[in-house]
Design a protein around this ligand. Structure first.
Ligand code: C2O
Ligand code: CU
Ligand code: CU
Length: 475
């Protein structure tokens, strides 16, 4: 063939490759799990950070607690002069925080005042299947569900959110989520900032997309089916670019990634180091000094940030990559002086030699075809049967080309290995949700101490709703 032909063929092939790459980007097959944020177009620090109130315990008996939570519709002004239709628990958007002591018997009345069915799931809580709030525990409009359980796990920052079949993503997006904090002898004996809302501050980080009318835009485009619903505006506790005062001292932040799909890379302005003291299921053994915190949907971390060297009036921003979305304004002092503890708790390591079984889970597929072990969620099918009280090793493999956070109900894991290596120090504690990067395999161990039917799934809520979920029965 002549040279000219080769040139034309080369140009043609390159053009086709270019078009294919362009299309893959466009539909979201390539690219990262965050999209460019729009936060810069909103004034920083104008709104003050809302602090979810602590839900009143209606039971005077200190060994018991009773709560009422109502899922309802509301209106919320996120953007000046625009009212967004939202959902909330006991309010317009998000919900109150539940705070209980370990050992307490809890009874909750969950009322559904929405015009669609919902469920309320306790993410991270070790309770039996019937109290878990899975897709099986449907609450029809107008009905009330009354789960009862005893809190029997270490101090931790957990959360609750709906889990209704194929609607979890949308109901969470509209605003249904709240915090569930457990305290125990360890959390109370550690000398840690614990004045809620003052030096112990909850941060529920979520991203949203608004349409022209200021309404949440939950229309799934091709990209959203692939990547999950990524927003362009980051909210903290339901406010855009809020600011909050912090005392000139050590401040504890309880961070929840309550987003549907976005993975955050959080850091403090000027890459100031901070200390992670807890992961999903409770305290780490020792604080871990870091400058960046990766948090995938569903994960929590408690961190200590030191503002003691700042001057009154100084502003320090919290950022995701290079986008600032929260302002800390240093002002005032604490009654006590806190320092970062050397030791936090002791975690008994589960021994892989005591595991009675090893199971494998494979994330596969994309878009509406996402699956685990080649299967999509079927409410009438139990995928795995586990003996009550036994220890098992689970290996989670990701054969897809994107990251997925793995989560299971009614259990807390310890990570043994990531791609054959020991986990980083801030992943060496209790985890109920952990990211599995593309091509990666993560080996975890757990003891199954609660009975009933439970879910395991990807915590990108659009993947979960599409069927990237399975069920295990513990009996
Ligand atoms: Cu955060 Cu199955 O849930
Ligand atoms: Cu959960
Ligand atoms: Cu996923």
């Amino acid at each position: 063939m002549k040279k000219k032909h080769w040139l034309l063929i080369t140009i043609g092939v390159l053009a086709i490759i270019g078009i294919v790459i362009y299309i893959l980007f466009h539909i979201g097959y390539l690219g990262s799990s965050t999209i460019k944020t729009n936060n810069e177009s909103y004034a920083m620090g104008k709104q003050s950070l809302p602090i979810p109130e602590i839900l009143e315990d209606e039971d005077p008996d200190p060994s018991k607690a009773a709560f009422t939570i109502t899922a309802q519709k509301g209106m919320t002004e996120f953007i000046d002069g625009r009212k967004t239709e939202t959902f909330g628990y006991n309010g317009n958007y998000l919900g109150p925080a539940i705070r209980v002591h370990r050992g307490v018997e809890v009874s909750v009345k969950v009322k559904n005042n929405l015009s669609e069915p919902t469920t309320l799931h306790w993410h991270g809580l070790k309770v039996d299947g019937e109290a878990d709030g899975s897709p099986h525990n449907v609450i029809d409009p107008g009905d009330t569900w009354n789960p009862q359980f005893t809190v029997n796990q270490p101090a931790a920052t957990l959360w609750f959110h709906p889990h209704y079949s194929h609607k979890t993503g949308e109901q969470v997006y509209r605003g249904l989520a709240g915090l569930f904090m457990i305290e125990d002898e360890v959390s109370e004996s550690l000398h840690l900032p614990s004045d809620y809302g003052f030096d112990d501050i909850p941060l529920i980080i979520q991203d949203r997309r608004f349409d022209k009318n200021g309404q949440f835009d939950y229309t799934m485009k091709m990209r959203d089916t692939m990547k999950g619903m990524l927003g362009d505006t980051i909210l903290v506790n339901g406010a855009v670019n809020p600011s909050t005062e912090v005392p000139k001292g050590l401040v504890r932040l309880r961070v929840l990634n309550g987003s549907n799909a976005s993975v955050y890379q959080l850091h403090v302005e000027n890459n100031q180091p901070f200390y992670q003291i807890a992961s999903d299921g409770g305290f780490l053994e020792k604080p871990v000094k870091i400058t960046k915190l990766e948090l995938s949907p569903g994960e929590r971390a408690e961190i200590l940030v030191d503002f003691s060297t700042m001057k009154s009036g100084d502003t320090v921003r919290l950022l995701n990559n290079d986008i600032a979305f929260l302002n800390f304004v240093v002002n005032g002092t604490q009654k006590e002086v806190y320092s970062v503890p050397r030791k936090l708790t002791t975690i008994d390591k589960l021994n892989p030699k005591e595991a009675v079984k090893t199971r494998e889970f494979i994330f596969q597929g994309m878009g509406s075809g996402v699956s685990i072990n080649g299967k999509q969620m079927d409410m009438d099918r139990i995928d795995e049967k586990i003996n009550y009280g036994s220890i098992e090793v689970w290996k989670i493999n990701n054969y897809t080309n994107m990251q997925h956070p793995f989560h299971a109900h009614g259990v807390q894991f310890q990570i043994i290995e990531r791609k054959g290596k020991r986990p980083k120090a801030n992943e060496a504690g209790w985890k109920d949700t952990f990211i599995v990067q593309q091509g990666e395999n993560v080996t975890v161990i757990a003891k199954f101490e609660n009975k009933g039917t439970f879910m395991y799934h990807c915590h990108i809520l659009e993947h979960e709703d599409a069927g990237m979920m399975g069920q295990f029965l513990v009996e």
